[in-house]
Design a protein around this ligand. Structure first.
Ligand SMILES: NC(=O)c1ccc[n+]([C@@H]2O[C@H](COP(=O)([O-])OP(=O)(O)OC[C@H]3O[C@@H](n4cnc5c(N)ncnc54)[C@H](O)[C@@H]3O)[C@@H](O)[C@H]2O)c1
Length: 358
């Protein structure tokens, strides 16, 4: 059995399905910040435990052969909004999860890290460097710092009995049953469909490594299936291609045109701090034979078709943007709920959280 923490999320819900297809049994632990829509179709096939990843117990690891941790706060703005919760989830809980897993005899632990650790910004001299897993990093943002510290502490746990593996993913794109429109390709598609315009922040000068969500799921499975000796204590970059955002916008526009959708690109040159980084994925290809396959164009076409359902009638619903949604939940909770921050862990000893349907 695979324990999939954050399994109801954008990546987790696609990964859960991939794992089931490969014959694994799956136990999902998720606080369901975004509801259970991502795993609704899998409910008869997975065990779903609604719990906070900061409150896990040894019993959650019973019968588990590997842990995949794709839970926590998932982007820069959310981390900046609540750096304490970000650190608790993305670093402290990530490490505690590994300690609990190891104590329960679970040998393998795959950790969702991010290529944003490589960010050098646009104004730095070295901004055009292609980073591999050995490139020295000096992240500045709360999100990347929390991921880096978790990586370092997890990798230090590598031993004959414990096999931590880090996947540094580029920015993910593509359709997931728990959709996010706060990821650049998905934002372009959403905005083109909803308004006919795609806004290009800072002229789109920055670089991003990009990867489709089903390819991400395949990368996790590759790390799960590989011999321990091959992946133990390793970091793998996971991306299909590096692109400037300006080129990305042109590609998305062409793919949309093929679907009969016209979109105007609107550049915005107002100065702001932007992230920029490029990565090499030679390591995962040479060691695991893994290559990401799904192009931006293919993913855009797929998204356009799959977004034409009543569920996606309101593409600007805040649920599709992590920070907007979490802020809204927090405000609602402060007015009509318990008054506790939704970012806080449930008090120790409180009853199990309930599954709520959207
Ligand atoms: N999406 C990307 O482009 C991308 C890129 C690089 C790395 N990552 C990392 O991959 C992981 C998954 O990202 P995603 O895009 O699926 O994000 P997501 O926000 O859609 O999913 C995160 C899931 O974790 C759950 N969660 C959050 N806090 C929790 C807590 N305290 N206890 C239990 N569950 C909790 C949420 O309810 C959600 O279902 C994250 O760790 C993220 O940092 C994502």
């Amino acid at each position: 059995m695979i324990l999939l923490v954050g399994g109801a999320g954008y990546i987790g819900s696609v990964l859960a399905e991939e794992l089931l297809e490969r014959g694994y049994t799956v136990r999902i632990i998720d606080r369901l910040y975004f509801g259970d829509g991502g795993v609704a179709r899998l409910r008869d096939r997975v065990e779903l435990i609604v719990a906070d990843m900061r409150r896990l117990e040894p019993a959650h690891f019973a019968g588990v052969q590997a842990v995949i941790n794709v839970g926590g706060l998932s982007n820069d703005p959310t981390a900046e909004y609540n750096p304490v919760a970000n650190y608790e989830m993305n670093t402290v809980a990530a490490v505690r999860l590994a300690e609990l897993a190891r104590a329960a005899g679970v040998r393998r632990y795959l950790f969702a890290s991010s290529c944003s650790i490589y960010d050098r910004g646009l104004s730095e001299d070295e901004s055009d460097v292609v980073c591999d897993e050995t490139t020295p990093v000096q992240p500045r943002a709360a999100y990347a710092l929390s991921k880096l510290e978790a990586e370092q502490r997890l990798l230090a746990m590598a031993s004959a009995d414990f096999c931590p593996v880090v996947l540094r993913k580029g920015t993910v794109y593509g359709f997931s049953p728990r959709m996010r429109f706060d990821l650049v390709v998905n934002t372009f598609v959403r905005d083109a469909l909803a308004t006919g315009r795609m806004r290009l922040v800072f002229g789109g000068e920055m670089w991003r490594p990009l990867v489709e969500v089903r390819d991400v799921a395949r990368a996790y499975v590759a790390c799960l299936a590989a011999d321990e000796e091959v992946v133990r204590g390793q970091i793998f970059n996971v991306a299909r291609a590096n692109m400037r955002i300006s080129e990305l916008a042109l590609r998305v526009r062409e793919a949309l045109r093929g679907e009969g959708i016209a979109a105007e690109i609107v550049p915005d040159y107002t100065y702001r701090t932007v992230r920029s980084y490029r990565v090499s994925c030679r390591k995962i290809e040479s060691i695991l034979g893994f290559r990401a396959l799904v192009s931006v164009e293919e993913a855009v076409r797929d998204m356009v078709r799959r977004l034409r359902t009543p569920e996606f009638e309101d593409l600007h619903h805040p649920r599709f943007e992590n920070l907007r949604w979490l802020r809204m939940l927090e405000e609602a909770e402060s007015i009509v709920g318990s008054g506790r921050s939704i970012f806080a862990p449930p008090p120790a000893g409180s009853p199990p959280l309930q599954v709520v349907r959207r």
